[in-house]
Design a protein around this ligand. Structure first.
Ligand code: HGY
Ligand code: MN
Ligand code: MN
Length: 423
């Protein structure tokens, strides 16, 4: 199918323009990194920084004739019209929010690759039967409001939009209040209904793993995404004086947390090192050095490519914690439940054709990170394009991808979009 793609499409993808836009976006929420050459980004969802980045994207889209719209979850869309406006669009994009200690490429590359690909398609004078829409999903990271992927979960019908109304950020603001504030600030942008039936979805993303770089590959043709489950464990004990209370009389929530995590480390042992178990956030109260901790809340991020393992180990968490603690009350809440997904063959095949036609070294591979794409699978044929990132580092300011790799990924995306839009 790709041999119909105009050869000037590839040359119309402008590596320098694409890199400049990425670096401009990285200034919105820039934070110091390990070296001056590696600044990071902290741009949480539904913040003024997030809105400044969206306005910049909308302006770049308007310059090339794309029309913007926003849905009730704040998902942002830029539309390139097709010769058949009534045809189901091909969707591409990713997310613009970052981790609090994030990098310059996670998420935002996929959105800007979509913009660059569509700009190249238009510059090359290629008419697409189907419209192409670039999407920026709301709150993929789950850093400010947990869990992640709220925008794509609500859009795809995986969960109702009001599911997370009362989730609060560290400052106590609810997701619903932040979303209403956000939508009010973007009241001038046309609204669109939540949901849709696109023809296909393609997401560009940095690999966030070491394989492509280690094997000298240009493109990852993603075959699917491993499953993820997020839990919050709350241990409630009793606060006491650190100097006068005998250890035997204490209900120390921190000591019970240590017992619980030690027991969970045994539960999640995996000699093949495939299972991923992470405790990334711990809240202690009253959080003073000379009072015994009354309450601890800690998060669990559990991942595995096999549904059976994810269910068995995840369902055992509550019992393991209860057996491990000494005296604290235990409450375990599951906050995110995304089973392993495999992409349908059509989109990976289009990506493979595009990479082969451009003589790029590509391999099929699964994704260890979760992405909005996993919630698109039940809605339409879905796929992802990975590009290498340095040493596989991500969710850190040292995250880096080379301009030539990003341009190659964008060229594959552009060709795949034309293939899917005219196929
Ligand atoms: O956590 C993840 O897998 C994604 O990068 N947000
Ligand atoms: Mn991401
Ligand atoms: Mn991420």
């Amino acid at each position: 199918m790709n041999d119909r793609v105009a050869p000037n499409l590839i040359s119309a993808v402008d590596e320098a323009r694409h890199w400049v836009r990425l670096m401009e976006m990285a200034e919105l929420g820039a934070i110091p990194g390990p070296t001056p050459e590696d600044p990071g980004v902290n741009r949480a969802c539904l913040t003024p920084l997030d809105r400044a980045a969206r306005r910049k994207l909308i302006a770049w889209g308007a310059e090339i004739g794309l029309t913007a719209s926003v849905d009730a979850m704040g998902n942002l869309f830029l539309r390139h019209e097709g010769t058949d406006p009534a045809a189901a669009p091909v969707l591409t994009g990713s997310h613009m929010d970052t981790q609090p200690n994030g990098g310059r490429f996670d998420g935002i590359w996929g959105v800007l690759a979509g913009l660059e690909a569509v700009q190249a398609i238009r510059a090359a004078g290629i008419a697409t039967k189907r419209p192409i829409e670039i999407v920026a999903w709301t709150n993929e990271e789950g850093g400010r409001f947990a869990p992640g992927c709220m925008g794509s979960m609500a859009w795809s019908g995986f969960a109702p939009p009001e599911t997370w109304d009362n989730v609060t950020d560290p400052d106590g603001m609810t997701f619903r209040a932040a979303l209403e504030e956000h939508l009010a600030a973007e009241a001038d942008i046309p609204r669109r209904p939540l949901g849709g039936r696109p023809h296909a979805y393609v997401e560009g993303h940095i690999e966030q793993g070491p394989r492509l770089e280690a094997e000298g590959l240009d493109i990852g043709i993603v075959t699917g995404i491993q499953g993820s489950r997020w839990f919050v464990v709350e241990l409630t004990g009793k606060s006491d004086h650190a100097g006068t209370t005998p250890l035997l009389l204490r209900q120390d929530a921190v000591q019970d947390m240590v017992r619980a995590i030690n027991a969970l480390n045994i539960l999640t042992q995996d000699p093949r090192d495939v299972l991923r178990f992470t405790v990334g956030r711990i809240e202690v109260s009253p959080n003073t050095s000379n009072s015994v901790a009354e309450r601890v809340r800690f998060t669990i991020d559990l991942r595995h490519p096999e549904k059976e393992v994810l269910l068995a180990r995840g369902d055992a968490i509550t019992g393991v914690v209860q057996a491990a603690v000494r005296g604290c009350k235990v409450a375990v809440t599951e906050r995110f439940h995304a089973m392993p997904t495999t992409f349908q063959p059509e989109v990976p095949a289009a990506i493979e054709r595009a990479a082969a036609a451009q003589g790029l070294k590509a391999a099929r591979m699964p994704s260890g990170a979760f992405h909005d794409a996993q919630f698109l699978v039940p809605v339409c044929p879905t796929g992802m394009i990975f590009v290498p990132c340095r040493k596989g580092v991500s969710h850190h300011p040292a995250e880096f991808a080379r301009p030539e790799h990003l341009a190659a990924g964008t060229r594959v995306l552009a060709a795949a979009l034309v293939d899917l839009a005219n196929g």
